[in-house]
Write a protein that binds this ligand. Sequence first.
Ligand SMILES: NC(=O)C1=CN([C@@H]2O[C@H](COP(=O)(O)OP(=O)(O)OC[C@H]3O[C@@H](n4cnc5c(N)ncnc54)[C@H](OP(=O)(O)O)[C@@H]3O)[C@@H](O)[C@H]2O)C=CC1
Ligand SMILES: O=C1OC[C@@H](O)[C@H](O)[C@H]1O
Length: 410
Amino acid sequence: MASILGAIRRNWQLLRPPEPAKQADALKFGILGAADIAPMALIVPAKSHPDVVIHAVAARDKTRAAAYAKKHGIPNVLDSYEALLNDPSIDAVYIPLPNGLHFEWALRALSKGKHVLLEKPSSSNATEAEILFRSPLLTAQPQPVLLEAFHNRFSPAWACFMAQVDQPNVEHVFARAHIPAILFDSNNIRFNYDLGGGGMMDLGTYAVAALRGVFGAEPEACDECEVEKMPPPQERCDGSFKVKFRFPGDRVGEIDGGLRAPLMKLRMPSLTVTHRPVIVDEAEGENQTTRTRKVVFSNFLLPGFYHRIDIEDEIVSKDKKTGQVINKVINKESKKAYTFREMDVDRPGEIYWQTYRYMLEQFVNRVRGRDTTAWVEHEDSVAQMKALDMAYEKSGLGIRPTSQYRPESL
Ligand SMILES: NC(=O)C1=CN([C@@H]2O[C@H](COP(=O)(O)OP(=O)(O)OC[C@H]3O[C@@H](n4cnc5c(N)ncnc54)[C@H](OP(=O)(O)O)[C@@H]3O)[C@@H](O)[C@H]2O)C=CC1
Ligand SMILES: O=C1OC[C@@H](O)[C@H](O)[C@H]1O
């Protein structure tokens, strides 16, 4: 009962966090597009950050931007995306545009000297990612910050989960991530090939990033990729997918996900890590004890709402000569971490911080020249798009189209 009440309180506060006074020189953010995700990903998290204000929004249609600004308490509406980037009072921009526009607008923002928080996936494919993340604009002085918004990787839950993973001994990783079909109809940007659509680009990118993060390595190949195509005219986009990647050492990472799940069959997103047996006790005698660990992270996508990390260790003692099992025990433990304090780690965070708020903390740290305790490095974002490209090539759907846009300075 206490935990249910705690969850209700936490989720209430996630959406209505305390609002400390803003610093006089707080970072001014502008948002490109009156996007659905911006309230959850930035506008609400910014409320509890004293060094961030949401200063302006621009949309393709100014009336729409004005209505959005009124609804979310944003003080300024600009005429266009360009006008927002040309506004010298804006320090940083958040880009929640369709995937196929991330590349162009991130480069445009960087060329105006803005810091950029860029929605995932960072671009349409690896070619774009290489141009973007290796752009000379990133070494300009003062140096702009560019971050692909993989929010879940900033959460204490992710850190807590990774602390249970014994990376060199990981044998197999499985990520499952489905959302119900009723959330997005077939006209949604997620199913528009020209805008970088596709299920693997959308939810699949979290699943692929999770495999890469757990193995701490890049896939060598995509051995299987079965997709359920969207019906025409969106048939170049996958609605759901099942993919098998081969990682170094012939280890396998699998993902199963999509945006078309029937509501009644919906299961929580999860990440399952299976380890190979490791010797934990080689007594002088005849016996040898091994531990085989399995870790399951339920709701690795949005752990701030709810999550659970289950650890199961099978401890087996065997006679070394005969291989006969002398003893077998299964130890089970469950962990959670809504704040770093719960892990006895001295880092900022409150129970009402969603993944996005943890990410914003680090983004601001980086802009202010302070140390960051979590980050998505530029080459990590490039490697992520290479892995997604591998899957799209294997699926037969082909990689998403490359933008023709190039900044003038290149
Ligand atoms: N981090 C996370 O948890 C989530 C991330 N995302 C990512 O955020 C991005 C946006 O998703 P979401 O907010 O759901 O999408 P929306 O459709 O709500 O927002 C996309 C915005 O893009 C603008 N836009 C510009 N050009 C076009 C165009 N040609 N067609 C359609 N829209 C256009 C629209 O802005 P305008 O107002 O100017 O018309 C619109 O507001 C995606 O990259 C998605 O992957 C999405 C959900 C969750
Ligand atoms: O977090 C998410 O959940 C829903 C998806 O469609 C979205 O794009 C993704 O980022």
